[in-house]
Design a protein around this ligand. Structure first.
Ligand SMILES: Cc1ncc(COP(=O)(O)O)c(C=O)c1O
Length: 401
């Protein structure tokens, strides 16, 4: 039987969450938190800033924001959700962080004892998992994504975690970075069910930073597995407002998990990690009557531009295949040498010349597993994409002369 008490570290199980006087009393003459009650040290304040009472500590719980986020996700559940009324998301399933980067670190500290326990990643993948693991002295076990599908090698992951009970977390990314490939939901379900059946006391984490680029506005369902956290106690999902919502600057990450695990994550987090400015913007962005429509428009534009960029790039001599998927706001294209073979040397030369002489910055990913010669290119605006294509064609022509 899966037992969360065997997953969460003993010191966290016994943690008493920080309580402030404001948890009990919210109005009146508030002289309980050593704030500056005269106001912010600013010469001017916009009306919005005034209403936010920036001299006061922010709300530690953010229920209104959480409610909006779950309404949005519940409106397009995953098709594997069995009993919507019983299992739909509640605000208590969520923990908000300073971007997903904080969520990744918080979960690691909740579950993995430094120097003793391990986490599993599937390269090529997002670099922060390893950085957080190293900072926390948590050993990393690697099971590469299958190549060329960039899907999870389910049997190898199950085999590894079942044989080594010190592995407590499996980090998956869907759609992947740098692969841009959505993981098959049926694979994720298989992994959840097989590891539960094997009595593995650990968590499957799905980082869905780019999931909104797969949303189909005409479907009842979405590919996101965030709505499945009440169905699978061993599932954790991360999302962020940094990508589809265009709000990387406000730093807002969302963790979805069972309410029991979310309780511990909320007990661990710094009480005031989400600033009043951040939650104000996040509430506007996730509201049904404004932000969500704009997000959907951005996603539609990105998808249209992604195909145009790819078509144009592939007509340039020296650009090879898109080796990743088309499920995200970037592509992963091979750069070829004169013999038509993917080449890190040429890719790096192209990358450097674009950045240094042409002020076009993309990402060299050729050193990642099975990504030889690859550049990861974010899809920009129509104007930016035109410049990108022009410059790539020019620089490659010069390199191949
Ligand atoms: C897979 C993945 N997860 C998380 C993040 C970081 O998200 P945030 O900006 O919310 O910290 C990124 C950013 O590139 C990412 O690619």
């Amino acid at each position: 039987m899966f037992d969360l008490k065997k997953v969460v570290r003993p010191n966290i199980l016994s943690l008493e969450p920080y309580r402030c006087a404001r948890d009990d009393f919210k109005t009146g003459v508030l002289l309980d938190a050593n704030e500056n009650t005269y106001g912010p040290a600013l010469t001017t304040l916009t009306e919005d800033e005034k209403s936010l009472e920036l001299n006061r500590y922010p709300d530690p719980h953010q229920i209104e924001l959480k409610q909006q986020i779950i309404e949005f996700r519940n409106s397009q559940p995953n098709k594997f959700l069995k009993d919507f009324e019983k299992s739909k998301l509640k605000p208590e399933n969520l923990c908000l962080g300073v971007g997903s980067d904080e969520s990744i670190d918080l979960l690691l500290r909740c579950v993995c004892a430094p120097g003793k326990e391990k986490m599993l990643i599937c390269p090529p993948t997002y670099g922060m998992y390893s950085i957080c693991a190293t900072v926390n002295d948590v050993e990393i076990v690697k099971v590469p994504l299958l190549y060329p599908s960039f899907q999870v090698d389910i049997s190898s992951v199950v085999d590894k975690v079942v044989k080594d009970s010190s592995i407590k977390l499996v980090y998956l990314t869907s759609p992947g970075n740098p692969t841009g490939k959505l993981l098959a939901v049926s694979d994720i379900i298989e992994l959840l069910e097989k590891t539960l059946a094997a009595n593995w006391q650990g968590l499957i984490v799905v980082d869905e930073a780019y999931i909104d680029f797969t949303l189909d506005p005409n479907s009842k369902y979405s590919e996101s597995v965030s709505t499945l956290v009440n169905q699978y106690p061993n599932l954790v999902v991360f999302q962020t407002l940094s990508k589809s919502f265009g709000l990387a600057g406000i730093r807002l990450g969302i963790t979805y998990s069972s309410t029991d695990l979310a309780y511990f994550l909320n007990a661990m987090k710094y009480p005031y990690n989400i600033s009043s400015l951040t939650s104000n913007v996040a509430k506007r962005a996730t509201s049904l009557d404004s932000g969500l429509h704009i997000m959907a428009e951005y996603v539609a534009n990105t998808i249209e531009q992604r195909q145009l960029v790819l078509d144009k790039l592939q007509s340039i001599e020296g650009i090879g295949r898109n080796i990743g998927g088309l499920d995200s706001n970037f592509i992963l294209v091979e750069v070829l040498n004169k013999e038509g073979v993917p080449s890190n040397e040429v890719a790096q030369q192209l990358y450097n010349t674009l950045a240094v002489d042409n002020e076009v910055v993309v990402r060299f990913r050729g050193k990642e597993l099975n990504c030889t010669g690859a550049l990861r290119i974010t899809i920009g605006t129509e104007q930016e994409n035109k410049i990108l294509i022009e410059k790539i064609a020019q620089v490659l022509k010069a390199i191949n002369k």
